[in-house]
Design a protein around this ligand. Structure first.
Ligand code: ZN
Length: 489
């Protein structure tokens, strides 16, 4: 390893938001809209004498993920206590899963393939485990450093989390973000989580340079901020190394406001956590039948969907990858295609390159709300019929987003009278060709002369006809005349 090699590993915490209840009690999973500390019970408050009960659905969901990430699934389900003293954790231990003597995590040794700018990579997944979410600490002034006191809301305490741990296989922030998008899409296709909910995915990033000490950046919840934090931290470590100083093994916090990382505590070692099996939750068998049943009922995943997009819709590898990296975007595209017979490539490119650009911060969760797929299908149909040009279609997107009907928006632009269907364009072309026979003769000899006729047709249609379409139609006509001339000779 060279002294400049960057190694990045990730620990991803995903809330299984599709579950109705928490991991070990009957409190609702939907805690976000409850007043603080009302969505709680003796179990998730860690009161003495309360006993946890396993949420079976959480286990089934975790097995789905294990299969989707190509992992080896454990034969037994076992639970471990991880001890640490922190106010968000009422029991002073977290119930999680651990690989050790007599206990194991639900699955290990998997992989996910992903692409960055058309290059393929594979990230190994070390393990996944199920665990409970701690409560939420609130800083009244918004920042850990400037707040005099903290508030704690235990509504989140006990929510089922999936921890996904990768090997340190990433070298750049682009690799990390492409991988996370792919992972998110897989989890969305499985119906595990709704990532539009605040804090539903939180990532710890481990970074080291040249095989040196590892720094952990804790709890970053947006992919854009994860990228910023990685760039900052690599620069910080490189600077220290260049000055001949050492990088400390520590946990650092990413300050989104100031865009810096700062040290919060020396990193605990494995021993500090005093892992031991939870005596309240005996191990149970994960049967092969159960795994088989789950495997057979798995929904279509992004890789398969991409293959189908390429095969059925004849999309390019690139545009298919862009679509399936986001389940909501793929769903939107397929919804649009139900109501239009326009060329599928054209539709996909229009959605990805034009429509998405009008959605604030490209958030596909908002796509349906801003512009229903039926409206885009209607617009694409007009384009297909040649009633509007691609330029006009693009101009109409913001009008539709503003809630106007397609007909209303077209009329307002004053385009209604002058929109030309293919049939109408052909009529104009015929009259222009009759009017300029010399130009027709020239065009037979030299294709460059066609441009003159195109210009005349555009003039006659007040530039409302699509130039490329006019050019193609004239060329067809000229070819017909020229082959007829050949026959006559
Ligand atoms: Zn509870």
């Amino acid at each position: 390893m060279s002294k400049n090699d960057v190694m990045i590993g990730l620990e991803i915490h995903v809330q299984m938001t599709s579950l109705k209840t928490k991991l070990f009690c009957g409190c609702s999973s939907d805690y976000r809209n409850s007043p603080p500390n009302t969505n709680v019970c003796p179990v998730c408050l860690g009161l003495p004498g309360s006993l946890p009960m396993i949420n079976k659905k959480a286990v089934e969901k975790a097995i789905q993920v294990a299969i989707a990430l190509n992992m080896e699934i454990s034969k037994t389900l076992s639970w471990t206590r991880k001890h640490y003293f922190y106010p968000d954790l009422p029991k002073n231990y977290q119930i999680t899963q651990y690989d050790g003597k007599g206990v194991s995590t639900i699955a290990k040794n998997g992989y996910v393939s992903y692409t960055v700018n058309g290059n393929s990579y594979v990230a190994r997944i070390r393990r996944i485990n199920i665990e409970e979410d701690p409560g939420k600490i609130l800083y009244p002034s918004g920042s850990m450093i400037t707040s005099d006191y903290i508030l704690i809301d235990y509504n989140r305490s006990g929510i089922a989390l999936l921890e996904i741990v990768t090997e340190p296989d990433f070298k750049t922030h682009q690799q990390v973000s492409s991988f996370l998008k792919k992972l998110r899409s897989i989890l969305e296709h499985l119906g595990i989580a709704d990532f539009s909910l605040e804090g539903s995915m939180r990532v710890d990033v481990n970074i080291s340079i040249g095989g040196g000490k590892r720094v952990e950046l804790k709890n970053i919840s947006s992919i854009a901020e994860i990228e910023n934090a990685i760039v900052y931290e690599i620069t910080r470590q490189r600077t220290l190394l260049n000055l001949g100083r050492e990088v400390e093994m520590e946990t650092r916090h990413w300050d989104q406001e100031r865009k810096v990382t700062f040290a919060t505590r020396a990193k605990e070692t494995e021993e500090d956590y005093r892992y031991f099996p939870d005596p309240n939750l005996p191990s149970i068998e994960i049967s092969e039948e159960l795994v088989k049943k789950i495997r057979e009922s798995l929904p279509e995943l992004p890789d398969k969907r991409k293959e189908r997009f390429i095969k059925d819709y004849k999309l390019s590898e690139y545009i298919a990858s862009v679509l399936v990296s986001d389940k909501k975007l793929s769903d939107y595209f397929e919804e649009v295609m139900k109501s239009t017979s326009i060329d599928t490539q054209k539709a996909a490119s229009f959605i990805v390159n034009d429509v998405l650009g009008w959605i604030p911060s490209g958030d596909t969760n908002e796509l349906n709300k801003y512009i229903p797929p039926q409206k885009i299908a209607e617009l694409l149909e007009m384009l297909r019929e040649g009633k509007i040009t691609i330029k006009m279609a693009k101009e109409l997107i913001p009008e539709l987003i503003n809630g106007k009907s397609l007909k209303g928006a077209v009329e307002e632009k004053g385009w209604f009278e002058v929109i030309y269907s293919e049939e109408e364009i052909l009529k104009v072309i015929e009259s222009i060709m009759n009017e300029y026979p010399e130009a027709v003769k020239d065009s037979i000899k030299d294709k460059k002369a066609v441009q003159f006729l195109v210009g005349k047709v555009l003039e006659a249609t007040n530039k409302r006809a699509d130039p490329k379409k006019v050019y193609d139609l004239i060329c067809k006509k000229i070819e017909k005349i020229s082959s007829k001339l050949q026959e006559d000779l």
